[in-house]
Design a protein around this ligand. Structure first.
Ligand SMILES: NC(=O)c1ccc[n+]([C@@H]2O[C@H](COP(=O)([O-])OP(=O)(O)OC[C@H]3O[C@@H](n4cnc5c(N)ncnc54)[C@H](O)[C@@H]3O)[C@@H](O)[C@H]2O)c1
Length: 290
């Protein structure tokens, strides 16, 4: 398969990441169907498209015709079968749970056309842990977007040992066509590139907080005003979701059994209170009134 053969894209999951990946693909001219199991999420995603596109036209980033075309290109559906039956490329952006992803990929393998590449947007699960749930392991690959997916340029493409050259090449080419900057990882590694680098920063930031060395805002300010980061690790965590961090750390702990991999006590405290960051109005910072 070549990039030119991709006309229809299916995105599985219309949450934080999925609806924005889907919209980016629709803006770039692809026919996109985005599925979710949650009716409310689908409704919100659809409403987001209606609110986002006029703003882009006002700012001169899209013409009125491009916005109209993007709106026509995207559809939110509650059935995986309907979303994927004619897909040339699938991007899975469902909840970060390995067993769920394996089930979704087994279903996708049955429902998607035989030529379709099945990519996962997982932040942490390497595709070799999912590929054997399908009969097309060479076409199962990591394609890791960053949050917010409409804005962030980086996409990490991970070429595990099971991934064919063609799959990696097409995934890199598609990422470029979605106006992103893809980087290729030549082998699977836990956390990929950027999250490994961020994990080191975040672990240190959490340690400084837990040790009572400094407060959240001062640690963030050190990163912003000293290192030129666009935001500090705690503000970033509020954006990406404390729930996701908690789940990822627990997955890691289950894997390694190493207590050092457990989420920090302060993160657990927020998670137990349902304080997941911006999306719940409270995380490391408060967003009440926003
Ligand atoms: N949030 C981030 O910053 C970020 C960044 C990069 C990658 N990711 C990855 O993207 C994926 C999604 O993360 P998110 O933050 O968008 O989570 P989210 O909770 O906002 O969205 C996940 C969505 O998946 C849906 N879902 C669950 N089971 C489904 C199924 N069987 N079929 C279709 N939809 C299903 C849920 O209803 C939910 O709407 C995860 O794998 C995560 O690791 C997240």
């Amino acid at each position: 398969m070549k990039l030119e053969d991709i006309k229809n894209i299916c995105v599985v999951g219309a949450g934080n990441m999925g609806h924005q990946i889907a919209l980016q693909a629709a803006i770039c001219g692809y026919k996109v169907k985005c599925s979710d199991v949650n009716a409310d999420t689908l409704k919100k995603a659809d409403a987001f498209v209606d609110s986002y596109l006029p703003g882009r036209v006002e700012k001169g980033r899209l013409t009125a015709e491009q916005a109209r075309q993007a709106r026509a290109n995207i559809e939110f559906v509650d059935s995986l079968k309907k979303a994927v039956h004619d897909a040339d490329f699938v991007i899975e952006a469902a909840t970060e749970v390995l067993s769920l992803k394996r089930k979704i990929f087994a279903d996708l393998d049955h429902l998607a056309p035989k030529h379709a590449i099945l990519a996962t947007n997982s932040s942490a699960i390497v595709s070799s842990k999912i590929a054997d749930a399908t009969q097309r392991q060479d076409k199962v690959v990591n394609m890791h977007f960053f949050n917010p997916a409409l804005v962030m340029k980086l996409v990490e493409v991970v070429k595990g040992a099971h991934v064919s050259d063609e799959t990696a090449d097409v995934t890199m080419a598609l990422s470029k066509d979605l106006q992103k900057v893809p980087v290729l990882l030549k082998k699977e590694v836990d956390g990929f590139l950027l999250n490994r680098i961020f994990a080191a920063i975040s672990k240190e930031a959490m340690w400084l907080l837990e040790m009572g060395v400094a407060e959240v805002e001062d640690i963030d300010n050190a990163c912003v005003y000293g290192a030129g980061h666009p935001m500090g690790p705690f503000r970033l965590n509020d954006l990406t979701g404390l729930d996701l961090s908690y789940i990822m750390r627990m997955e890691k702990f289950r894997e390694t059994g190493n207590p050092a991999d457990l989420p920090s006590p302060r993160l657990v405290e927020h998670y137990m209170k349902g304080e997941f960051g911006e999306k719940t109005g409270q995380g490391w910072y408060s967003y009440s009134g926003k």
